[in-house]
Design a protein around this ligand. Structure first.
Ligand code: UDP
Length: 314
């Protein structure tokens, strides 16, 4: 039987891949997005589908009492997610993760839907342990520039758990680590699109700080596969989703140079504020609960992402 699903942030990088998945599956998808950091072209191909409904609106102005649909799943993906974006939209970021999360929870409560909140590895802040598991409470600067995102997501997790505990709502929290792939914006500001953009334009690769900070990059298809499994699993505490293979930013830059087969050089720039030094997910829980782990190697994912940028922007 087909399901009815509400996805906030459905025009974004991750949200639009989820819309695709459910539309292809024959489910009915309602997508809501205000397009501040996402693009309508990500869902343009779905607009002709009769099981896809697009509402262009800011979630925080939705009156949940006027929504009488019965949704099986309510998935809250809406939020700026690139540091460049959330530094530009600090108040919007706080609101969509606080007021926005509450609205989505209320919609879910009305039809006793399964609710999913997309949280982030940023809840761990600048971690004091090398590999972050879900039990780690994090090391977050509550008033730093990144706090609008970090604390917004931490508040989001808190209110989701409160709805779960108080109303027994079937809630899920995923902590998404760095993810990349087709439909990222070329000017998104994150490291992979920035490097690809510079490589395509024969420019040196911009490295913030000393480039020794680490990240672990998950390809979008692997992430979507994990999210679908989380929705169905009988577990309500946070689950890390990410690729545990860790690289320094310099190693990533070298990979990009190798794929392009040219020496681009590196341009060292001042570090981003409160930039986490280390980030690597412990995915033991996801492996055990979901029988999930990423399959796509960084090099393959980068090649696919480069082809997407070449086909869409050049
Ligand atoms: N970074 C960089 N050059 C760029 C963009 C980002 O060196 O053009 C660094 C950034 O300082 C961080 C890492 O790459 O240490 C990942 O940054 P991104 O914005 O992709 O995501 P984050 O993990 O910080 O949310």
């Amino acid at each position: 039987m087909s399901k009815k699903i509400l996805i906030s942030g459905g025009c974004g990088f991750i949200g639009s891949h989820l819309c695709d998945f459910f539309v292809k599956n024959g489910d009915i998808v309602w997508c809501i997005d205000n397009l501040i950091t996402s693009e309508k072209k990500n869902i343009e191909h779905l607009l002709k589908e009769k099981n896809f409904i697009f509402i262009e609106k800011d979630l925080i102005y939705i009156n949940e009492n006027e929504i009488d649909e019965k949704f099986d799943y309510v998935l809250h993906l809406a939020s700026p997610a690139s540091p460049v974006d959330y530094l530009k939209y600090p108040i919007e970021t706080l609101k969509v993760n606080s007021i926005g999360t509450e609205k989505m929870l209320n919609i879910a409560l009305k039809s006793n839907s399964t609710f999913l909140f997309s949280s982030t590895s940023e809840v761990y802040g600048d971690p004091l342990i090398p590999v972050q598991d879900e039990k780690y409470w994090g090391n977050v600067n509550p008033i730093g520039l990144r706090s609008v995102y970090d604390e917004g997501k931490r508040y989001g997790e808190a209110i989701v758990m409160a709805y779960h505990r108080k109303y027994k709502l079937n809630t899920k929290i995923i902590r998404i680590f760095n993810t990349y792939g087709p439909r990222m914006r070329l000017n998104d500001g994150r490291v992979i699109p920035n490097f690809i953009y510079n490589a395509l334009n024969n420019l040196p690769l911009p490295i913030y700080g000393d480039g020794k900070q680490t990240r672990s990059f998950c390809y979008i298809d692997d992430l979507i596969d994990g999210i679908i499994k989380v929705i169905e699993v009988d577990y309500n505490l946070p689950i890390n989703l990410g690729n545990p293979e860790e690289f320094t930013i310099i190693e990533l830059a070298e990979k990009i140079e190798n794929i392009f087969g040219k020496k681009l050089g590196f341009k060292f720039l001042p570090p981003m504020p409160d930039d986490p030094r280390k980030r690597r997910p412990d995915i033991t829980l996801a492996k055990k609960l979901l029988n999930w782990e990423p399959k796509i190697k960084l090099e393959d994912g980068l090649k696919r992402t480069i082809s997407y940028f070449l086909n869409n922007f050049y």
